[in-house]
Design a protein around this ligand. Structure first.
Ligand code: SR1
Ligand code: MG
Length: 397
């Protein structure tokens, strides 16, 4: 099903015809701008003369960054709605206020956070946002626990899994993260100087590790995960606003491994670290970045332990929890490495690296590839965030 696409001219009438939205802004005085800068969708900010506002997101029937030659079902907004509904219940303070789904027009509406900053952008500018990593770690724990076998009984879990398929977007991740970077594919691209580094990824056991992690991604229907939780999927407050960071853009949500969301964050922090190193950012900022994986993991670990006594099935023992946390950390490191490599080699690059001037970009990209490989291949021996930080420091040196 393809539904008509909105534009800045048609949004006011659309809002006026939806009472729950018309109650939030005065349509008579509203102005509309389209601000979508992601790879897939339309995003409108509607603001009235009194300064009241909302965000309206509509999935396009194709991949925005490529164009109509790559059709993509607008149903992905239904996946995003599922992500929102779970987060509203389980982790409401770490997402934008949700105003709901319009299934007929494949839109969702939410709080306008345009006065906030996308975390990737502030990291690119060397800005410290204390608390964002721990907010995200806690968020992953709360949604992960609540939508998994820890929070749902056996029948409810089966029902949730069967209602949360997101095949088209999962296939994008399977291709772009786990597959294309490790073979010749027309969507891959890199600076010429990196060719030996990229070709080296295909030699040795890394391709087998990518295959193993892809298998985990495709088969471990553990919890309703975000599915694309990089630093571009997080808003951080400005200095005048001390609210917690907000996780958004949940259209890749599906039942998958909780470690994938943690790894997405880890891998994108690595990109930020590589940028900060070549730009010789102040040591205070680089130390801040070096702490982020630990802060995210520690918040995740603490929140899972806090929730553990409330698990619906006490036959999951305390000893099992320790083993589960260990496995989740190991897998997160592997996913993190793959998420970093994909942004260097495959389609859909990250501005952390792409906006660098070429000679710095090559140095940063090479450091990411080296470090990410050491994460993936060494992950089973990395016992703690401190040990991972050591591996990262060695890779970036
Ligand atoms: C074709 S979609 C490319 C990328 O954009 C999204 O943000 C996801 O990361 C996806 O892999
Ligand atoms: Mg996204």
């Amino acid at each position: 099903m393809t539904v008509p696409v909105l534009d800045v001219a048609t949004v006011p009438a659309y809002v006026a015809s939806h009472p729950h939205l018309a109650a939030l802004v005065d349509v008579e005085t509203a102005s509309v701008v389209e601000v979508g800068d992601g790879n897939l969708n339309l995003v409108f900010i509607v603001t009235d003369a009194a300064g009241r506002s909302l965000t309206l997101k509509q999935s396009l029937p194709y991949v925005r960054m490529v164009g109509e030659s790559w059709p993509l079902s607008q149903d992905r907004i239904l996946a995003e709605n599922r992500g929102f509904v779970a987060a509203v219940e389980l982790s409401p303070e770490s997402i934008p206020t949700y105003y709901g789904l319009d299934e007929a027009r494949r839109t969702i509406a939410m709080q306008d956070l345009s006065a906030w900053t996308v975390w990737r952008r502030s990291l690119n500018n060397g800005i410290i946002s204390e608390g964002a990593a721990s907010t995200i770690g806690r968020h992953i724990a709360r949604v992960g626990f609540g939508t998994s076998a820890f929070g749902l009984d056996s029948a409810a879990l089966k029902e949730a899994v069967s209602g949360a398929a997101n095949p088209e977007l999962c296939k994008i991740t399977e291709d772009l993260v786990f597959t294309h970077p490790y073979l010749d594919h027309p969507d891959n691209a890199w600076d010429d100087a990196l060719t030996p580094d990229v070709l080296a990824l295909r030699v040795g056991g890394l391709v087998d590790e990518a295959a193993a992690l892809k298998y985990t991604f495709m088969t471990r229907a553990e919890a309703l995960i975000h599915g694309d939780l990089h630093t571009g999927s997080v808003f951080v407050p400005t200095s005048s606003n001390e609210e917690p960071a907000k996780v958004f853009d949940m259209e890749f949500a599906f039942y998958g491994p909780i470690a994938f969301d943690l790894g997405s964050l880890f891998g994108n922090i690595l990109l930020a670290q590589a940028r900060a190193a070549v730009l010789d950012r102040p040591v205070e900022f680089r130390n801040y970045l070096a702490r982020q994986v630990d802060e995210a993991w520690s918040a995740f670990d603490a929140e899972i332990r806090l929730l553990w006594p409330s698990r619906v099935d006490p036959s999951f023992t305390d000893a099992f929890l320790e083993q589960w946390l260990r496995q989740t950390f190991t897998d997160a490191i592997g996913f993190g490495g793959l998420k970093a490599i994909r942004r260097i080699v495959g389609l859909a690059k990250a501005s952390d690296i792409q906006t660098l001037e070429e000679s710095q970009r090559v140095v940063a990209a090479r450091a990411v590839l080296t470090t990410a490989r050491s994460w993936i291949e060494g992950r089973r021996d990395v016992a703690s965030p401190a040990a991972l930080a050591t591996l990262t420091a060695e890779g970036l040196a």
